[in-house]
Design a protein around this ligand. Structure first.
Ligand code: SF4
Length: 326
């Protein structure tokens, strides 16, 4: 069952030098109970996409066109009041990037979760406190932590509090923006396992945004690879990791260090992502693409390869796809 349908979404930041096309014609679907991983380098528009879904694009940004249909409602057409009362926290919540610093240092962990329950869930103070205890226990924390301030919690505990807050009103979708950045690998594994457990138990859908492909491999059912504001490849986790069809995806996979097998020099993608105020004509990856051709000066068409699998690259038309050993 499709829960969220994003179609031809464009979100731009209007600066004095011109518009920055941070999200440019992005479409995807999210099914109930599935995890969609969105991967790409920093600055490719992943976080702006997440803010668009919550109606939280900071000025001077705004959604220019397209639709974001959640449960039959186009969020783009809702007013700020409607977004606040019907969508945020209740239908979609977010674990923000740098969540460890997103807790308010002058309120206890419990008070911050309570605030969501009282102001957005219209609960009484007593019911909210009971629910805080339930939520803390559901993320593996002792209820006594409700009375601690953020500086009294470890990094992993703070992250669990933020996850508890995101789950407070039982949303259908949780957007997790770099949920494990700045955590050591042991805590990172604990948090990912916790998210998987909660996702299975509660049947929520997750949009997982990260530049860390190992996190995507661990969690995601479907993967969207973003480059310079566009989704350049989309498919199941197996398809993307074992048989990438876009040169950018292929090079990203090659850049991941391998623990087993013969030691090889690390591969990197030369150059930088383009300035989204003046992106290159045609394919935005062309200046960095070893397979670039003359036709790449035109916007690549999107090729549907099989059910749920698509790629935007001219190689599909000119030579039947990328031919490399993955
Ligand atoms: Fe490379 Fe051309 Fe494909 Fe872009 S469209 S990724 S430049 S081959």
């Amino acid at each position: 069952m499709v829960l969220l349908e994003v179609e031809n979404l464009k979100t731009y930041y209007y600066t004095l030098r011109g518009p920055v096309r941070a999200v440019d014609n992005v479409s995807f679907e999210l099914e109930k109970g599935r995890v969609l991983g969105i991967a790409g380098e920093s600055g490719c528009g992943k976080s702006t996409l997440a803010w668009s879904i919550l109606g939280l694009v900071p000025p001077p940004g705004r959604i220019v066109s397209g639709s974001i249909v959640l449960d039959g409602i186009d969020i783009v057409k809702l007013s700020e009041d409607e977004l606040r009362s019907k969508i945020r926290w209740k239908k979609v919540s977010m674990i923000f990037q740098g969540a460890m610093n997103s807790l308010n240092p002058v309120y206890t962990a419990g008070a911050q979760i309570e605030e969501v329950l009282i102001y957005h869930g219209r609960m009484s103070k007593a019911d909210a406190r009971r629910r805080v205890y339930e939520l803390l226990e559901s993320v593996g924390l002792d209820r006594s932590l409700a009375n601690r301030y953020p500086h009294e919690l470890s990094g992993g505990q703070k992250q669990r509090v933020v996850i508890a807050m995101a789950l407070a009103l039982e949303p259908d979708i949780v957007i997790a923006d770099e949920p494990t950045t700045a955590l050591d690998v042991v805590v990172q594994a604990q948090i990912l396992n916790l998210m998987k457990k909660l996702q299975r138990e509660k049947g929520i859908s997750i949009i997982l945004i990260t530049h860390d492909l190992s996190v995507i491999a661990e969690m995601a059912d479907e993967v969207a690879i973003m480059y310079a504001g566009k989704i350049v490849e989309y498919g199941s986790s197996e398809q993307i990791f074992y048989k990438p069809r876009h040169p950018y995806t292929h090079l990203l996979m090659k850049a991941v260090p391998k623990l087993k097998g013969v030691k090889e020099s690390l591969i990197y993608i030369p150059g930088q992502p383009p300035d989204l105020m003046n992106p290159p004509k045609g394919c935005r990856f062309k200046p960095r693409c070893p397979w670039a051709m003359d036709i790449c000066d035109k916007d690549p068409e999107e090729f549907n390869l099989e059910e749920g699998r698509r790629v935007a690259c001219w190689l599909e038309k000119t030579s039947g796809g990328l031919k490399v050993k993955s």
